[in-house]
Design a protein around this ligand. Structure first.
Ligand code: PEP
Ligand code: MN
Length: 356
């Protein structure tokens, strides 16, 4: 159920409607839009009696949202969600944006570029890569601290040490940090240090992790599960949003198919499909999507051309000795080339990017 407020509805009227929904035993989700505020209702098993709601002051109409996902749906919010990362932040905690002079966004006109190694392996490795991706114009640095590995004997990540290295990178280069929370145990720690919490493909349906991430007030990047449909993907976002965290970024990273020329099949057709169905930003990861260094640039170009809000790519200064995902990691020079090319493609689809 969705309550559409009148354009001229006051803050008090919006609050009164939210209070009323709470009294009914449901949860209100006020979602301000450019023209008007919409209030999503969750927590109801069946129909909510609309009679009373329609007569509350400031209410324009009450609509039934028929899709399984509600808060993630475009029916609830017409305009694109833009996740904002303000510059010159006041250091409130360890994940302060003190080192970030300028603001950044995901989902706005500016193309968001998230780059860095699969795993943080050492301070030297991470700093060298951060220096090069920052110089090429990336606004976000990625790096795994807790790694979801197929083998329990493979490198599992440096944990807290990696989070500290990335916090130092934010201070030094002004890059925002994107890193994965592997489980409910590591989530709080990651949230303390990171700017964006990544939920990995294998965890896309880890509902307790999604709910816990929903209780945070920090952007969450949800990667598409290996065999997830569009609806399942959006339901993962819905889990986060249903707990009151509306800062969700979706990430297409390839799905499993019969094709064996690539690690995964990068499903770029989901970009316009998501944009029709949802107001949430979607970025594309051509590194995991292809698994091959020589395919990353072509598919990054295609992702931007398809209208993605940004790209997430793995970059390594010595991919041949990388502890994870070396074969799909770009050399820093290749990343610089990618940025130049994306800068040219972006304006065609109404976005901007300036490579440094
Ligand atoms: C990653 O981003 O390093 C990663 C493990 O991604 P995914 O969850 O998409 O496999
Ligand atoms: Mn990886």
């Amino acid at each position: 159920m969705l309550i559409v407020m009148k354009a001229q509805a006051t803050t008090q009227q919006i609050q009164a409607v939210c209070d009323h929904i709470e009294q009914l035993g449901f949860r209100p989700h006020p979602l301000p839009g450019a023209q008007r505020t919409a209030i999503g209702i969750t927590g109801n098993q069946g129909e909510v009696d609309r009679g009373n709601l329609e007569s509350l002051p400031g209410v324009a109409e009450v609509i039934r949202v028929s899709k399984a996902y509600k808060l993630a749906s475009r029916d609830v919010k017409e305009e694109d969600t833009v996740i904002e990362f303000p510059g010159h932040g006041v250091p409130a905690d360890r994940s302060s944006s003190a080192g970030c002079q300028s603001g950044a966004t995901i989902g706005g006109r500016q193309l968001a570029v998230i780059a860095g190694p699969c795993s943080i392996e050492s301070r030297e490795q991470a700093f060298a890569i951060a220096a090069s991706v920052a110089a090429s114009g990336a606004q976000f640095f990625r790096g795994g601290a807790f790694k979801p590995r197929t083998s329990p004997y493979a490198f599992q990540g440096l944990g807290l040490d990696a989070l500290k290295i990335m916090a130092a990178i934010r201070e030094e280069f002004g890059l925002r940090i994107v890193t994965e929370a592997l489980d409910t145990e590591s989530l709080e720690l990651v949230a303390e240090w990171a700017d964006v919490i990544q939920i990995g493909a294998r965890n896309m349906q880890n509902f307790s992790l999604l709910k816990q991430a929903g209780r945070l007030r920090k952007p969450v990047l949800v990667k598409r599960g290996l065999s997830a449909t569009l609806e399942e993907f959006l339901m993962a976002a819905e889990y986060v949003m249903s707990e009151g965290n509306y800062q969700v970024i979706l990430c297409e990273r390839g799905v499993r198919t019969f094709a064996d020329h690539a690690r995964n099949t990068l499903d770029l057709s989901i970009v316009p499909a998501i944009q029709r169905a949802s107001h949430l930003p979607i970025v594309v990861d051509p590194s995991h999507g292809t698994g091959r260094r020589d395919s990353v640039l072509p598919m990054a170009r295609a992702a931007v051309a398809a209208g993605a809000a940004g790209v997430m790519v793995e970059v390594h200064n010595h991919p041949e000795t990388a502890l994870s995902d070396g074969p799909q990691s770009l050399y820093p020079e290749q990343f610089a080339e990618m940025m130049k090319e994306l800068e040219q493609i972006a304006p065609i689809v109404g976005r901007t990017l300036s490579h440094a």
